[in-house]
Design a protein around this ligand. Sequence first.
Ligand code: ADP
Ligand code: ZN
Length: 790
Amino acid sequence: MKIAKILVDVPTRQTDRTFDYLVPAELFVECGMRVVVEFGRRKVTGFVVDFVDSTDFSGRLKEISEVIDDKPVLDQEQLKMAQFLAGQYFTFAVTNLWLMLPGMLKGKTEKYLIVHNLTDESLLPLFSEGTLRYDSKTLSATQQKKIRAALARNELEVVYSQSRVITKKYTEIINSKIALDDIPAEIDKLSKQNKYGQLFWQTVLTEGSPLAVKHLTKEIGIPRRVLTKLAQEGSIELSKVEIYRTPLAASPKKKSQLLTHTKEQSAAIKEIAASFDTDQTFLLEGITGSGKTEIYRALSEKVIKSGKKVIILVPEISLTPQMISFFQASFNDRIAVWHSRLSRGEQYDEWRRIKNNEVDLVLGVRSAIFVPLKDLGLIVVDEEHEKSYRQSENPQYDARELAKWRGNYHSCPVIFGSATPTLTSRAKAERQIYRLIRLDKRVNPNGHLPTVQIVDLRDRNNRSSKIFSEDLKRAMLERFERKEQTILFLNRRGYANFLECRNCGYTFNCPNCDVSLTLHLFEHRLSCHYCGYKCAIPMSCPNCHETDLRSFGDGTEKVEEEIKQLNPEITTIRMDRDTTSRKGSYQKIISQFEHHEADILVGTQSVAKGLNFPEVTLVGVLNADISLNRPEFDASEVTFDLLTQVAGRAGRGQTAGKVIIQTYNPNHYAIKEAKDQNYERFFREEMYLRRLHGYLPYYYTIFIKVTSKEEMLALKTALDLQKLLSENKNEQTQILGPAPYYIKRINNEYTYQLALKYKKDEKMKMTLHEIIDQTQSNNKVKINISNVTC
Ligand code: ADP
Ligand code: ZN
């Protein structure tokens, strides 16, 4: 009997390797399929990684109990990627494999077989209502064989279902008896029900048939026997096409514009194309509006023409409808999009299209780096400085590291694009590890960089209202008069940051976390942005019972209110997590603003990045200090990047742009260099400080967070770790802490943090792998290890 090497879904250090199982002759098993095996006394899921002829195991091998998939769901590259990640981020290979599967294949998905036109009648008794839960435990070996044969003849269909409800609807469709006369009405009805099913038959009706014209392009889920009958009568012709719920179907298709490339663009395209068969990483450092996206598009076109595929990663925030339609215009239906707002069904369908080789280019957020595109010819990481490329919860990964890993695997170039590259990338470019390509000009000849003005909020004369300085106020009103648009950026949602009693100084804090509650006037709530706790806005102080409550720290809701007070005719739209949580709402806001249905767009992070509104001539940053004051080693870098990005939103059309930055730290180098749009100088200053304090790119940092409901246990565990690590590290490695995490208590759990700064320290990494293992069995303490390498 054949022997399969199987990675079992039991994530511990001892079990994170393959185990040998026998493959029963009647089971069809390939590498990359999921199976069920007995492990100890449990039945667990396993991934088939390899086949061998003999085993080193001295005991009696068990047989695979069940095969879950009909086709491999993972490929060799993904299996290797999972191993790479495990080593890099102190995680388990098997846990990483789940990262590479669509949500639909995780959790309690059940498999059902649907009968279409079964010729092997001996199988019929198995099916009730046209479906059978597909679980080979209940089937004899002969039955399994017959079912596979029927699947091959397309008489059965495998349906993955999240719940019985879905399947039941499907069953109704399959079993409904429809009089032939009622078909047009039924078709309408069934088409509407399509959202319930996973796969539907698309019927192409021949022209001239009474049903044809109206329904030709519609998806029809109707009993095959009815259609067969119609086909036999010669009134329709049947052909089978697998169809998908595609998130792009609804978006309007634009024709692609042929752009004449600028000199800089042509040179960049030429240089990168010359390296198509190497795994060179390019750092494309181009100011905002310098036409980087067009460079990605043009290169993708070349790659696809040569028969290869492309992945383009963008931060969640800049995967805008604008970006999608730009690529769609060139590549039509051969692109897939991948982001967190897709439904599970949409994601599953995009994944199947990719697997079925129906996609040439995937445009997506960080998790798109895992898509099973074969034969990659180019990987792009746009806005490479964005933090969102790193997933910091377990299983951790950094899409930028993976992009390079895959580039190496496929021997294809990787492009990191940014106006403000990470210090790490830029330092690598200086050492010629990456190749630097610079774009210094905006494409639009009138599109000069905007003028940036800094307003010192410490000077009382500058303050007009609580939120707007005199200069900003004047500039906003001027834009309104001239019918130009404005974007206001404030990185804080809600109405106010906290509520305080003016009589006794009591502040309203979250009962579960060490933070104040945010005031949301719009939904009449105080809410905690860390644990989600919500309560009604109190009328009086619970401490002194006075009613003199006052809010501090302005949020985006308050900004809208103050604009109304300035001039009630000015219309505003707000874009933050509160207004964009519903599906489609983000797109709607962008489109409204694009069509000038509002004069001012007020928002958090998401207005800062990626958007392109030609009529915006003014951008106001209401409080640049919010990100500067974050207790993180790269707060200056984040602030500089953010301000540069925001500034890039202004003056993208014909009229020159203006940016006003309000701050209490006008002399801070991050703010000064952002004002001058001088990346070069910022880079030097920040590098100097990083070197002084021993941070990236001079030292890598590993943060270890120890969390427990019992504070003393968290602290004690952290101290033990510190001791263990100091005994098992090399001399260069420094250990800082443990110290309370900057918000010590979140959701009634306490966190202490250690930081390790290292250059190269294999011994320390081994120790960390062991620590993970030891603490896994302890359910009172959680340990999160995060390895920051870029
Ligand atoms: P970046 O990504 O560098 O910020 P974009 O790619 O968004 O810049 O380009 C800015 C604008 O210039 C976009 O509206 C884009 O369509 C346009 N553009 C890019 N290349 C050209 C070109 N060669 N000719 C004309 N317009 C261009
Ligand atoms: Zn809370």
